[in-house]
Write a protein that binds this ligand. Structure first.
Ligand code: ADP
Ligand code: MG
Length: 322
């Protein structure tokens, strides 16, 4: 490596801004020493991005850092947890300093955005891979989980669906010179998805179950329903789309990406009817809209309702590695 391992860690990772909450000892020793406040549980999740599988070799490193952080922070959002610490295992074929500088800049911005401190990691040589482990706090016993939905509960999603896949499509079409430039909004939704942290925390005590949409709405909602052996009716005409999606794609394509696209990192959650007023009240204070797209039912399986009153059986589908 052009730059020695420890110099690299000092230069690109140790100096990153940190909030320092609960950090008794950060980067530089054999372990970080961390304190979880009394009355809180530690929520932990890890995500790995492999070049060629999760990102293209020419993805700008700062955007890669944003997406990597957002995708794992989104798991904390889904549990109603507050992001606090992150560790990074980084594997690189070589110490490309321009790439590392950009990664470190993007990482710094993303950490600041979510109030995270980088407290440690590991740096190795090999196929380019980023593993981020996030740690968050959630008041004891109040985490939102995939279990808990009941027949009759509304099924809700935050934001708009399908934008990340549309952004990727825009990027690929621009690379093939089929477009002068990708739509900036959709590209942003692909590169810098927004983990719904404030929403997740606001849903504690209101939602009966929750998860984030990483593999695709049908696949992820399928996990939530399966946890309690339930099914759902989905109103397909209520799926939320962004204006940019509707400007560039027809309704069929938008629906396809909304149901099966994934990577949007929006929250999907269930709310008992009795909690809908409380939900409306907390949504007033948040910068993200939420839409009720269906209802939980006792009978397993997913049905989609279309505007003319017809019904189709929906197959859970989404990306699977194996
Ligand atoms: P050890 O050999 O004891 O496991 P390392 O030499 O791997 O320790 O790491 C030295 C210090 O630098 C540790 O505190 C570790 O957490 C931190 N570190 C290593 N790589 C990274 C990285 N990519 N990002 C953040 N911290 C890192
Ligand atoms: Mg050691």
């Amino acid at each position: 490596m052009a730059v020695a391992e420890f110099e690299l860690i000092d230069r690109y990772f140790k100096a990153l801004p940190g909030y320092g909450r609960g950090v008794d000892l950060g980067i530089g020793d054999d372990c970080a020493l961390l304190t979880v406040p009394a009355g809180q549980q530690l929520a932990v999740s890890i995500d790995t991005l492999v070049e060629g599988t999760h990102f293209l070799p020419d993805m700008p490193a700062d955007q890669l850092a944003h997406r990597a952080v957002a995708s794992c922070v989104s798991d904390l959002a889904a549990m109603g947890a507050e992001p606090v610490w992150v560790t990074l295992a980084l594997t690189l074929p070589e110490a490309d300093e321009a790439w590392l500088l950009l990664l470190s800049e993007g990482l710094g911005e993303a950490l600041q955005r979510y109030g995270l401190s980088l407290v440690g990691g590991d740096t190795t040589r090999g196929h380019r891979t980023l593993s981020l482990q996030v740690h968050g706090w959630v008041p004891q016993g109040q985490a939102l989980t995939r279990r808990g939905a009941k027949p009759g509960d509304g099924i809700w999603v935050s934001g708009t669906l399908g934008d990340a896949m549309a952004g990727l499509d825009q990027l690929q079409r621009a690379l093939r010179s089929e477009l002068p430039a990708p739509d900036p909004y959709l590209l942003q939704r692909f590169y810098q998805p927004c983990a719904r942290i404030a929403l997740g925390q606001a849903l504690r005590g209101i939602a009966s179950a929750a998860l984030d949409v990483s593999d695709g709405l049908l696949a992820d909602l399928g996990h939530l329903l399966k946890a309690d052996n339930l099914g759902a009716e989905i109103a397909l005409d209520r799926l939320p789309y962004s204006p940019a999606m509707l400007a560039h794609y027809d309704a069929h394509q938008a629906q396809q990406w909304a149901l099966a696209g994934g990577e949007d990192f929006e929250l999907c959650f269930t709310v008992p009817e009795a909690n809908e007023a409380a939900l409306a009240a907390v949504l007033c204070d948040l910068d993200v809209g939420c839409q009720r797209i269906g209802r939980v039912r006792a009978e397993p399986g997913l049905n989609g309702h279309i505007q003319d009153g017809g019904s189709v059986v929906l197959q859970p589908q989404g990306y699977q590695h194996f």
